[in-house]
Design a binder for this molecule. Structure first.
Ligand code: DC
Length: 475
């Protein structure tokens, strides 16, 4: 079976100062792909025009000149007809000349063709520019549009290159305008690009996030290749590689009787009082929770308060998958049991407990499982327990992604009492295997797992934005 001929292109577009260059270079290192700064090619073309006295506005003269040039880009090293121009292309003169040169459709066609060859010859690349996802590689498996507030971009540029912040901001605004209003392939968010606002995110967060997308794209490509080689067949989650998240071990499912149900109801009301009164929790899109039948609720997990918070997404009684340490706290055991808790034992694969989860779902009851495995910190959802997807698919129930914004700050690790920070809970659309796919197909399950992770991240981002906005409104 031949390898896929589609190059793994990671397209990173965005305005000046959005952090593209730094991020693209680090992503390339992290995922082991070559890096191409396409802006350096437009800059080299502009430099050639300046040197030869060709007016960049003279379209035919500049195209003729540029077709005859040899531009190479290798990391930060840029050459023009063999001469190292790595620093010469970063002067203010070039900043000004590059706009008209890059507005010339024939110049663009020539450089775009070179960029496509560059990536194809190397079997893939991390490419940064303005039109990578919209024009150069519209089918790139990973497409990111990086941006940041204008102030933040000006601050970064002036730190990087020096210069007074006011004039740097003006120059950035001028170039944004030229880049996004030109007729030929203007800067814009391409269809299917993920917009990443990097204001307030660390470089490492952004790099980690994009690297996770690359991992997802790679495993999708692998799964596709595998499905060509072998007939699709069901595979038990315990055999699935690549997950460090806990596996489940069984405990008797108790709490179905009157006592359990009443205790759940009582706790639900207490939780609602705490969530509304203390956190002023708001639930967005609660109508997306299925009214009947089983589902697997998959929330992000940043705080011990998350159990209480997700309980109120629906009045329906849900069962929880919990860490074994919860069962070490003696007084809490009856409560955990009343909640219909299913114990997770880290590191042991026990199909009996998976069976318990399946029984719950197949009985048409909702199950809460934090698919990151344990409480994590930071803004990124890095990896999810693929067994969760396997179980939902096997039981024929949807997965409902949930983002909780603010809980990590309200109750960070080690905190005894929660701070009074507004919490927003965003519920995503219920997700199942793509239409037309066999539910037993391992590839389809992998693909669903990747989408679920992305969707939890999206809900988490939105919830965090909403919670932050309310906090700012209070400050
Ligand atoms: O990323 P940069 O600032 O080095 O880019 C320099 C200029 O090149 C920018 O003002 C717009 C142009 N450019 C473009 O039009 N298309 C690209 N793919 C990359 C850069």
């Amino acid at each position: 079976v031949s390898e896929s001929t589609v190059p793994l292109v990671v397209a990173i577009d965005g305005p000046a100062g959005s952090g593209k260059s730094t991020v693209a270079r680090l992503v390339a290192e992290r995922v082991g792909l070559p890096h191409l700064d396409t802006g350096a090619m437009y800059r080299s073309a502009a430099l050639a025009c300046l040197r030869r006295g060709v007016d960049p506005a003279d379209s035919s003269a500049s195209v003729e000149l540029i077709r005859a040039l040899t531009i190479t880009v290798d990391g930060a090293m840029v050459t023009l007809d063999g001469e190292d121009v790595s620093t010469a292309i970063r002067t203010p003169d070039v900043d000004v000349a590059v706009g008209p040169v890059a507005s010339n459709p024939e110049v663009r066609a020539e450089l775009v063709a070179q960029q496509r060859r560059w990536a194809a010859e190397r079997g893939g690349a991390v490419m940064e520019g303005r039109d990578i996802a919209s024009v150069v590689f519209p089918d790139a498996p990973v497409k990111v549009y990086l941006t940041a507030s204008e102030e933040e971009r000006a601050r970064r540029r002036s730190e990087q290159l020096g210069g007074e912040i006011g004039s740097v901001a003006a120059e950035i605004a001028r170039r944004d305008h030229v880049d996004s209003t030109r007729a030929a392939d203007p800067l814009r968010v391409a269809d299917g690009s993920i917009v990443l606002d990097t204001t307030g995110l660390s470089i490492d967060d952004v790099v980690t996030r994009i690297a996770a997308m690359v991992d997802g794209a790679r495993s999708r490509a692998q799964a596709t290749a595998a499905s060509v080689r072998t007939a699709d067949d069901a595979s038990p989650a315990a055999d699935w590689p690549g997950s460090t998240a806990p596996r489940l071990t069984g405990v008797d499912l108790v709490g179905s009787g009157v006592v359990g149900r009443s205790l759940y109801r009582a706790l639900w009301v207490v939780a609602q009082a705490a969530n509304r009164g203390w956190f002023r929790a708001r639930y967005h899109h609660s109508d997306r929770i299925p009214k009947t039948g089983g589902f697997l609720l998959a929330p992000v997990h940043r705080s011990n308060a998350d159990f209480l918070l997700v309980g109120n997404v629906t009045r329906r009684r849900m069962r929880y998958v919990g860490k074994e340490t919860i069962w070490n706290v003696k007084w809490f055991v009856p409560i955990a049991n009343a909640l219909g808790g299913i114990k997770v034992d880290r590191g042991t694969a026990d199909r009996a407990s998976m069976k318990r989860c399946l029984e719950v779902l197949e009985a048409g009851e909702p199950l809460v499982l934090f698919p990151e495995g344990t409480r994590k910190s930071g803004p990124i959802v890095e990896e999810i327990f693929e067994g969760a997807v396997y179980m939902a698919v096997k039981a024929g129930v949807p997965i409902v992604p949930v983002g909780i914004g603010g809980s990590g700050d309200a109750m960070p690790h080690g905190a005894k009492l929660p701070k009074r920070i507004p919490i927003d809970v965003v519920i995503g659309h219920p997700m199942t295997i793509a239409a037309g796919e066999k539910s037993s197909s391992r590839r389809a399950q992998r693909e669903l797992s990747v989408r679920v992770r992305e969707e939890i991240q999206r809900c988490f981002d939105e919830a965090t934005r909403l919670s932050d906005a309310r906090r700012r409104g209070e400050a």
